[in-house]
Design a protein around this ligand. Structure first.
Ligand code: F6R
Length: 606
């Protein structure tokens, strides 16, 4: 949420910053701006809208210098407008901020009592004004002094008017990466935005201040002593974040899912059985738990719900799935025999990160199921299972969700094996079904996309769409409804099929569309009865069902037949179809599929 960039080096500063911001636009696209410092001080340009808008301004702005900072905003305090856009500059400093300053109102009053006029509605502007007030020619000392006054979360890029050869950075509870080349340096909220230039980087830790110069980087800890950090090397390649011929990142990321599952098979299945040794997790760590608690947000939480279903079924271990923003304030009851699992694509979601810190402080065992290597949550847990999905750019998560459920499926099998509730033969069988999935998924795209596209046209006619199903199907339609609403802006609600009669069925009329998922054999008859009840009330039906299921012809007029695989692996096929459906509806509505309104990827504020 909000992307920060910075550059120090011999190239055209504005060009590099604009390029980085384009790669981080998915973190927010309400306004955009940049500042450059040279011997004559700081110059700032900013505008509402997207990075392309500031790119145009750069052409005429004549900004020269070797150091700059940039920002793409997801509005928290104050509407998207030029005065609320970052950077926030004074004659002495310029700052870009990701996070929320919780005591900004108090600080504003304090600044006003000293004669400052706050021009914006943002919480961030107080940082610029405080730095301006305290600046005494010592940037690091001033940054530290001001950081002690700030409450909340802040990843900051900073320029000082009289230091034309350095970008400064300070972080607390927001991601910041410093990219390293021999003769140029980068600052970024996101590794992805600097991979084109370098794969060498430092991750800034809490309360660290970085002084980033062309030929060196100095990092100071909370005690202001210099710290020597080891460089990390990214194994992601630049270029994988291009659309590669697809019209949208979302469509490309959906297409990558067979490959994502193959990566997980290669890493987490050995000799036909689930294996987490590549993630360094010993069996004797995993076999001590009597309870599992999964904590996540949004799509990642829906993945957790599928995980609960599999863990309870395969390992007979009770599982709670808790929304991270609730977990952190609910005084959760955790004991030493509980394993807490944090699921996150970004590894930076503020609520999930805070929950992970809480669990760590309580001395409870925890693992992360995380996509982004080196992200903050990965540093708060005992072990991480990396989901190997590669960079996910589209705001709506697809391949990361698929990777999360893939890992959870194998993890549940592993727990089942260790708990003795599944035989080795049974686990072999389940793993074999899983190993077949990439090929089946590839074929599903080829066989069904045209039909899915035609059903997308049907969805367009409705302002409200209900999703329903039972068992794993219910957990899948929760995610299907989220995907549809977030990118197509259609009001989509998911209900357990058995719950319809307890209230929601009163909304079923000829103006409602119901998308029903019926892939679970053991509840098929029940689901079909519920679907009949919808039809009987004039509701329009789109049925997704598993091939070979006995369903009466009258329900099949609008239907998609999915390949026949075991009930427990049906979610992998159903998820892909629901993603494609949402995608084609959004395309048909000519919406900005990759950057839906009001949303941003990587939610680093509460
Ligand atoms: C929806 C979506 C979000 C994220 C949620 C958690 O498509 O992507 O609901 O799943 O914001 O994000 P991570 O997984 O980064 O913690």
């Amino acid at each position: 949420m909000c992307g920060i960039s910075g550059y120090v080096g011999p190239r055209k500063v504005c060009d590099i910053i604009v390029k980085q911001l384009k790669k981080m636009e998915y973190r927010g696209y309400d306004s955009v701006g940049l500042s450059v410092v040279n011997e004559n001080g700081i110059k700032t340009i900013k505008t509402v809208g997207r990075v392309a808008a500031v790119e145009k301004m750069v052409e005429n702005a004549n900004l020269s210098g070797a150091c700059g900072i940039g920002h793409t905003r997801w509005a928290t305090h104050g509407e998207p407008s030029v005065r609320n856009a970052h950077p926030h500059s004074t004659s002495k400093v310029s700052i870009v901020h990701n996070g929320i300053i919780e005591n900004s109102e108090e600080l504003k009053k304090w600044l006003e009592s000293r004669g400052y006029v706050l021009e914006s509605e943002t919480d961030s502007e107080v940082i610029a004004k405080l730095l301006d007030f305290y600046y005494d020619g010592n940037p690091v000392g001033t940054l530290r002094k001001v950081s002690l006054l700030l409450e909340g979360a802040y990843a900051l890029g900073i320029l000082f008017y009289d230091v034309a050869d350095a970008v400064f950075a300070l972080k607390k509870d927001g991601p910041l990466i410093v990219g390293i080349c021999d003769d140029e340096k980068f600052l970024s909220s996101d590794l992805n935005a600097i991979l084109e230039y370098t794969n060498r980087y430092f991750v800034l830790e809490e309360d660290e201040i970085a002084v980033i110069k062309q030929d060196k980087i100095e990092i100071f800890g909370a005690d202001n002593k210099e710290i020597k950090k080891a460089e990390s090397v990214a194994n992601w390649q630049a270029g994988v974040s291009d659309k590669q011929g697809f019209p949208h990142f979302m469509r490309k990321e959906i297409a990558e899912q067979p490959c994502v599952i193959s990566n997980i098979i290669l890493k987490n299945i050995k000799d036909g059985l689930p294996n987490f040794s590549a993630d360094g997790i010993p069996d004797d760590y995993l076999n001590r738990f009597k309870r599992v608690c999964i904590v996540a947000c949004g799509t990642a939480r829906y993945a957790g719900l599928a995980g609960k279903n599999w863990i309870e079924k395969f390992a007979r271990i009770p599982v709670d799935v808790i929304i991270a923003s609730e977990f952190r304030y609910m005084d959760p009851i955790l004991s030493k025999d509980t394993l807490v699992i944090f699921i996150s694509q970004s590894g930076e979601t503020a609520d999930t990160l805070a929950a992970a810190r809480l669990v760590k402080a309580a001395g409870i065992n925890a693992i992360g199921i995380i996509n982004t290597v080196g992200s903050s949550i990965t540093r708060e847990v005992d072990y991480n299972i990396f989901t190997e999905a590669g960079i996910e750019v589209a705001v709506a998560s697809t391949k990361a969700y698929m990777a999360q459920i893939a890992v959870l499926y194998l993890f549940a099998l592993k727990l089942g094996l260790l708990a003795g509730s599944l035989t080795t033969g049974k686990v072999h069988f389940f793993c074999n079904e899983f190993i077949d999935l990439p090929e089946i998924l590839e074929q599903l795209f080829v066989d069904k996309e045209e039909k899915i596209e035609s059903f997308a046209m049907l969805c367009l006619k409705f302002e409200i769409v209900f999703f329903t199903g039972r068992g794993l199907d219910y957990l899948l339609v929760l995610e299907g409804a989220l995907k549809l609403k977030e990118i197509s802006y259609i009001n989509a609600q998911a209900y357990a099929a058995g719950e319809l009669k307890h209230g929601p069925i009163s909304l079923i009329t000829k103006d409602a569309l119901v998308i029903a998922l019926a892939t679970q054999g053991y509840v098929l008859r029940k689901t079909v009865s519920n679907v009949q009840e919808i039809k009987a009330r004039g509701g329009n039906l789109l049925l997704l069902f598993k091939s070979g299921m006995d369903i009466s012809e009258e329900l099949l007029s609008n239907s998609i037949k999915l390949p026949r695989v075991g009930d427990d692996v049906m979610p992998f096929l159903a998820a892909a179809v629901l993603q494609l459906l949402a995608y084609h509806v959004a395309c048909a509505k000519k919406l900005d599929v990759d950057k839906p309104r009001n949303l941003a990827k990587s939610v680093t504020v509460e």
